[in-house]
Design a binder for this molecule. Structure first.
Ligand SMILES: Nc1ncnc2c1ncn2[C@@H]1O[C@H](COP(=O)(O)OP(=O)(O)OP(=O)(O)O)[C@@H](O)[C@H]1O
Ligand SMILES: [Mg+2]
Length: 254
């Protein structure tokens, strides 16, 4: 049965999508069967693993709103062993439409239950909000992994996020855990980077992963080629560190 991990932080641009893509690809390279779920209407995870969104006949919107079977929508990605449940901008309408649907918080969970036996990991990329799409992900997930940009205001909003996880645990999904916090876009040349990472570790202690993802231009270039960093530039520091990070996740979840 797949471990389902939702990547979330309602703060925008902290590395959720970059981490979703590259953790998924590194897990697949390690021999795991992985499904990447793009639950963000921006669709950056879909294009980042080589999906041409303009040619899609159906996407996660149809699964959530129209009850299209999930296996009809899943596609192979540019990385062997990694499948993608893609999205397009039409998912932006789902946030409103879900409100009136029965079991509105459980729709992703029900869809993923049908393919959970086919994978070792399901990684869900989420939008920068705590709306119904993210709540669907938290209801479906075993654990929430929080990327935190090693920058000023890094801790801002984390209290609210952790509160939301707690609320979901009290109602919709009692088994939901916090997987941990991943520091991203670290710049070791600046004092700020060091200060923020120390501050996050002081506050969250062993819930912060040992691996730290450095700021790297190659990581930001890879998505425009539709490739994960381990395929785009296997020798780059980004490829090495996402591989290290995947090892930490496998030590945690098998
Ligand atoms: N380690 C890194 N080094 C350099 N650039 C990075 C790194 N990680 C992410 N980026 C770049 O920073 C931007 C934001 O990253 P990303 O899209 O992963 O964040 P996000 O949290 O998914 O954003 P959103 O909240 O909009 O979904 C992107 O342009 C991405 O390419
Ligand atoms: Mg994103």
């Amino acid at each position: 049965m797949a471990k389902i991990i939702a990547l979330a932080n309602q703060k925008g641009g902290v590395g959720k999508t970059t981490t979703s893509i590259n953790l998924s690809a590194a897990l697949a390279k390690a021999g795991k069967r992985v499904l990447l779920v793009d639950a963000d209407p921006q669709g950056n995870a879909s294009s980042g693993v080589g999906v041409d969104k303009s040619t899609l006949e159906s996407d996660i919107y149809d699964v959530l709103i129209q009850d299209t079977p999930v296996n009809e929508v899943i596609l192979p990605s540019s990385t062997p062993g990694l499948d993608i449940l893609p999205t397009t901008i039409q998912l932006s309408e789902a946030e409103v439409q879900l409100v009136d649907l029965p079991e509105r918080e459980y729709r992703l969970s029900k869809a993923l239950a049908k393919v959970q036996a086919d994978y070792d990991y399901v990684i869900i990329d989420n939008p920068p909000s705590l709306g119904l799409l993210t709540i669907n992900s938290f209801t479906a997930a075993d654990a929430v992994l929080i990327p935190v940009q090693t920058e000023f205001y890094a801790l801002e909003g984390l209290g609210q996020l952790i509160n939301t996880i707690e609320l979901v645990r009290q109602g919709l999904n009692p088994d939901l855990e916090m997987a941990g916090i991943l520091l991203t876009m670290y710049d070791g040349r600046t004092n700020l980077g060091k200060q923020v990472s120390e501050q996050v570790r002081t506050y969250f202690e062993d819930r912060v992963y040992q691996t730290v993802i450095p700021r790297s231009v190659r990581l930001s270039e890879a998505p425009s080629y539709g490739q994960a960093i381990i395929d785009f530039d296997p020798k780059s520091p980004g490829a090495r560190l996402y591989t290290e990070f995947a090892k930490e996740v496998m030590a945690q979840y098998g």
